[in-house]
Design a protein around this ligand. Sequence first.
Ligand SMILES: Cc1ncc(COP(=O)(O)O)c(C=O)c1O
Length: 444
Amino acid sequence: MTIEPFERSTDPWHEVEQHVGHYGAPYFAPDIIDRAEGSYIYTEDGRKILDFTSGQMCATLGHNNPEVVQTIRTTIGRLDHLYSGMLSRPSINLCTHIAQTLPEPLNKVIPLSTGSEVNEAAIRMAKTVTGRFEVVSFSRSWHGLTQASAAATYSSARKVGVPCAPGQFAIPTPYEYRPDFTDAEGKLDWRKELDFGFDMVDAQSSGSLAACIVEPILSGGGILVPPDGYLAELKKKCHERGMLLIFDEAQTGFGRTGTWYGFQHDGVVPDILTLSKTLGGGLPLAALVTSDEIEATARERGFTFYTSHVNDPLVAAVGCTVMNVIERDDLPSKAAQKGDRLHAGLQRLVETHDIVGDARGRGLLQGIEIVKDKQGKERSAALGDLITRRCYELGLHMNIVCLPGMGGVFRIAPPLTVSDAELDDGLTILDQAISDVETGRYRD
Ligand SMILES: Cc1ncc(COP(=O)(O)O)c(C=O)c1O
């Protein structure tokens, strides 16, 4: 029996129930998605939905960007996949181009496949180079679901009763809307918080601190932008302890926040940089970047990350095209401008709705926080879920952070190619959905 990829059966949800496994989040029933183009996805029954999450934050240039499609068409007939020890022009050119967009000393690039995997490689490299094993990350972090990346992830999937890697420490996440450490005016005192975090790390460490891994803006943690000066101080604390600083730019890399890389806003260069989601424009492509020195030491000490798809040419070619389009069309500056427009619209929602407590973010990585009311600031996952559902009915796909204790924060990350009109349409739908839920016109 053959089944064609797009063949339609009468009751796909029966097949889903019978054969499609669950992996941690409910399926977006009842629709089956048939195609996607630009900022939109289309359901099998012909509904058009504005995608404010770029898929899983990966479709940097919009869905099925014509230049990406063309690259896949021309590459697939010539080079697909190779023995992992072989190199091809697309992978050499990808490494070269990535290195050219980065400041010194970030020179050496290893192309891999996914975000979890590249963080796994980065942590392994840091352990190899330092000869130590302890890893620090934020209490609201998300770095992936493989062994080391999951061990450095505190926001989800930890309480499953299996041991994680030894030597993991969390430091408090700077969260200006809900500060844990405050100054005399009640504002976040991030220095006190960071000092406290590292005091705790020092108290627990067995003297084997290897690395600290953080996102320059936490996305899954709730769109949290560290205050100015925070990342510089974090780097200082790491280096004082002989630790390597890893920035995970799965979501902030390649223009989304208004600069090529998120760390450029703070002028803090990491020891190891991990890039994933946004690099492949929707295909699985990731890259580890580090200095000549760290790469050489890792190599001397036997660093190995030899995978089936390391340096694969097809996805590397796509990465080359994604980068060329970003560069040619100056998408980082456009993301900054469009981000200002989006942020202004979200700020209007804060001003006009009592259940929208905060709007925050940078460039085209923005978030709003849904609360029961502004004064009490109590998070409301239930209202967030209703707004998500209402938006979807009205033609907008919004992603609520579905981590324990975080429900109520929307992540908004449209493609960098989104038009002003699409942004305005999305904001109009969001405004209506919030009003419908706030007034009780739309309820469970
Ligand atoms: C910051 C960050 N790092 C790593 C990952 C893991 O990437 P992947 O799902 O491609 O393994 C994610 C995924 O959401 C992420 O947001």
